[in-house]
Design a protein around this ligand. Structure first.
Ligand SMILES: [Fe+2]
Length: 439
């Protein structure tokens, strides 16, 4: 996914002092992000790291190797003149989808790779880390200006995979009848969730898309103007209790509520509740990264597909927001929320009611489905070369999600960030916020 568009920090380097600062900062960020991938694995055993539950997911071991391969191909092979790969075959095993780099191993079969072992992959990571660190440390001002944007892209790429590591290991543990815990969690305090308040937004011409010197992916631009008709947005996310009302009203049994493809999915896959929900002796339970727990009604609903979000919205007499509405409504809000740094690895109930007409829970907890198809902004074109494959070639048959989740790093998300998944995907931390037309 995604390619880099800007090299702002490099452009700001004007002397030895700022180059030294940039170098220190780049190394610090490199070690922090790479270290977090390792930290995720602290509670995992090698057996956990090799399983692939479905074609869309990957084993933890593969994520660990692929993110290292990215630095090997796009940093070391490009900028280290004497670099010789210690493991030339890893290029085939751990290339994800970059045709311009070369052929790659079948994605649905990543779980069949018992070798290299988890231990060998960690050694591979250490080797790459040593070489990338040495390259950054020894770089002169010119080389540093070239390295900075690619290393930054590699770190954001790794943060994307860290989120996938968490959602994929959740799927692994859910498939195990023992329902293991990835991390233990303290019991949580909840208080009643306030009723949804409908926040009104006037019609207007708005700028959307990324602007400014900070990093962004290419799919967030070019920044452009859009006319957004008047709309109202729900002040909070849809909760488990809200979704239960949909189930109790036979929402999963009524074709008139569903898009045709969504109804096909309901019938063919036997959907009768969000992913990971189970009813035992009349009580609902759900799988979390802390193991199987009783469903907490006040928590935001998660692990719903676009189809389910859309059907829920139709049932409730509303609709999903467009991505432009979401971006407009989030303007001026602090980029705060329940992100992976909170170490909950799960959604959290709304702590306080919406304040002063501002929507709550816009960032963190769950990625919010929008009704916008994932397509290029006006004037968008893919970058030349292999990194041009990061993003643009996926602009078909997917929907945009906004805001980040409890598995997203706070330093990775932006107001303009466009995540995307197919409409039947449910294993990410995906949830529902509603909107309405104002006519
Ligand atoms: Fe990747």
């Amino acid at each position: 996914m995604n390619t880099i568009t800007k090299t702002p920090q490099a452009k700001r380097v004007s002397g030895t002092e700022s180059a030294a600062f940039l170098k220190t900062e780049l190394l610090r960020r490199y070690l922090v992000v790479r270290g977090f991938s390792k930290k995720i694995c602290e509670t995992l055993e090698p057996e956990d790291c090799v399983i692939q539950t479905m074609p869309e997911a990957s084993p933890t071991k593969w994520h660990l190797a692929h993110t290292s391969w990215f630095f090997e191909v796009f940093v070391l092979k490009q900028f280290s003149p004497d670099y010789h790969s210690l493991h030339p075959q890893y290029g085939f095993l751990f290339n994800s989808y970059y045709n311009a780099v070369g052929p790659f191993y079948s994605r649905p079969h990543r779980g069949l790779l018992s070798r290299p072992t988890v231990k060998e992959v960690f050694h591979y990571r250490s080797d790459i880390d040593l070489l990338v660190s040495e390259l950054i440390e020894s770089a002169d001002e010119q080389l540093l200006a070239k390295l900075e944007p690619i290393v930054t892209l590699g770190l954001h790429h790794e943060q994307q995979h860290q989120e996938l590591m968490l959602t994929d290991i959740k799927s692994v543990f859910w498939h195990n009848p023992l329902r293991p815990a990835f991390r233990k969690r303290d019991s949580i305090q909840t208080s009643p969730v306030p009723a949804i308040e409908w926040l009104k937004f006037e019609e207007g011409l708005h700028w959307v898309g990324h602007e400014g010197p900070a990093f962004s992916y290419d799919n967030e631009g070019p920044r452009h103007r859009v006319f957004v008709p008047a709309f109202s947005l729900a002040s909070r996310l849809i909760t488990n209790a809200d979704l239960l009302a949909f189930i109790e009203d036979r929402g999963y049994e009524r074709p008139e509520l569903w898009l045709s493809l969504g109804w096909n999915a309901v019938k063919e896959r036997g959907w009768d509740s969000p992913l990971y929900w189970e009813k035992r002796d009349g009580k609902w339970f759900t799988m979390t990264l802390a193991g199987m727990t009783e469903l907490i009604p006040e928590e935001p609903v998660c692990h719903v597909s676009f189809f389910e979000a859309d059907a829920y919205a139709r049932w409730s007499g509303s609709r999903l927001p467009t991505e432009e509405e979401w971006e407009t409504a989030s303007s001026g809000l602090p980029l705060k929320g329940n992100f992976v740094e909170s170490e909950l690895y799960h959604v959290a109930p709304l702590a306080s009611p919406a304040s002063a007409g501002k929507p709550s829970q816009m960032f963190g907890d769950v990625w919010e489905w929008t009704r916008s198809s994932y397509s290029p902004y006006p004037g968008y074109s893919t970058a030349p070369g292999a990194l041009g494959e990061y993003n643009g070639k996926f602009m078909c048959n997917q929907y945009v999600l906004r805001g980040g989740s409890c598995a997203t790093s706070q330093s990775h998300i932006r107001r303009t960030y466009r995540n995307f998944f197919p409409p039947d995907a449910r294993w990410q931390f995906t949830g529902i916020r509603l909107a309405k037309d104002l006519v």
